[in-house]
Design a protein around this ligand. Structure first.
Ligand SMILES: C[S@@+](CC[C@H](N)C(=O)[O-])C[C@H]1O[C@@H](n2cnc3c(N)ncnc32)[C@H](O)[C@@H]1O
Length: 294
């Protein structure tokens, strides 16, 4: 892994695609939520139209079909989404799948002898919380890879979709995973009942509204252990939110970007990234994470 990403240039490719880029946000006078849903549909359409993701070839990875299947090792998660609702959390966002498949590729026992992430992705014995879980794809996927304990969180409006998907996947997960309401603006109160800190904080595609960036970064900081990690699936959605998010993260976390070649080749796409955030040591010293400490 590289030590520091060039965060303001990440992912630069988004700017190369006007139809997916920031111009979309500036041009149209719709709410952020509507815009982000429209954007999802464009990504989904592009993926399903490409040869690799033809639905008839079994590629339900990035479609806007009502059910998305996500194979994780020998299990298959079945995620039901509703792209017609007003809430972005009722859709399964592609970088949640990218994060899970990256973790699946390298989580022990990985078939690759040159595994750069033996510690980072060894989830056994670890407690985790997912923020902005939506339909819960990322959290459920990482649970299948070994997490001992997991609570998936979101705002009240998204709870029905989250609960439905947890119930739907109970046979595969072996239990009903915990869920809780955590609104980042009220996290200081709500998170107390979750018994932080956590070894792992999971979040995918949660940076898209500038006003929520501060509370989100504070919630991440409050919930993760001093020696824990935030696993972040990321896609640039709003340039303003992007800039503020990475500026704030730089103050709190040591930021590492997973090289694209380490993502799962069948799921990676150029606009999606996986980041690993670790708390900076108190006193201003930063932790230099050598690859073998991951
Ligand atoms: C784009 S969706 C991503 C959902 C899911 N993580 C995924 O990747 O499929 C963003 C999620 O963040 C949640 N969210 C947005 N603002 C929030 C806030 N202030 N507090 C808690 N959750 C929030 C939304 O409800 C939604 O579920």
């Amino acid at each position: 892994m590289t030590s520091q990403p060039n965060i303001l240039a990440t992912p630069s490719s988004s700017h190369a695609r006007p139809e997916l880029g920031p111009a979309l946000f500036k041009k149209r006078k719709k709410s952020n939520l509507t815009l982000i849903k429209a954007k999802y549909e464009q990504v989904a359409t592009r993926k399903t139209q490409s040869n690799n993701y033809e639905p008839e070839l079994g590629g339900t990875k990035f479609t806007d079909s009502p059910v998305i299947e996500l194979p994780v090792r020998t299990a298959v998660l079945s995620l039901q989404q509703d792209n017609g609702s007003l809430h972005v959390g009722t859709s399964v966002w592609p970088c949640s799948l990218v994060l899970v498949k990256f973790a699946e590729r390298w989580a022990p026992p990985s078939p690759d002898a040159q595994n750069p992430y033996p510690n980072l992705l060894d989830f056994h014995g670890k407690r985790a919380v997912e923020l902005g879980a939506g339909c819960g794809a990322a959290g459920m996927g990482l649970f299948l890879l070994g997490l001992t304990d997991l609570v998936l969180t979101d705002i009240p409006a998204v709870m029905p979709a989250l609960k439905h998907n947890l119930k739907r996947n109970k046979p595969v997960l072996g239990k009903t995973l915990k869920h809780a309401i955590v609104h980042w603006n009220k996290a200081a109160d709500q998170a107390k009942s979750l018994s932080p800190p956590y070894d792992v904080v999971v979040a995918t595609d949660v940076v898209y509204i500038e006003e929520t960036v501060g509370p989100l970064v504070s919630t991440m900081e409050a919930l993760v252990k001093d020696d824990g990690v935030v696993l972040l699936g990321y896609q640039l959605r709003s340039p303003e939110a992007h800039q503020l998010f990475w500026e704030m993260c730089e103050r709190v976390f040591v930021i590492e970007k997973v090289p694209h070649q380490d993502l799962h080749p069948d799921y990676a796409y150029e606009e999606a990234d996986v980041f690993v955030l670790r708390k900076k040591q108190k006193g201003g010293l930063t932790q230099d994470a050598a690859p073998d400490s991951l």
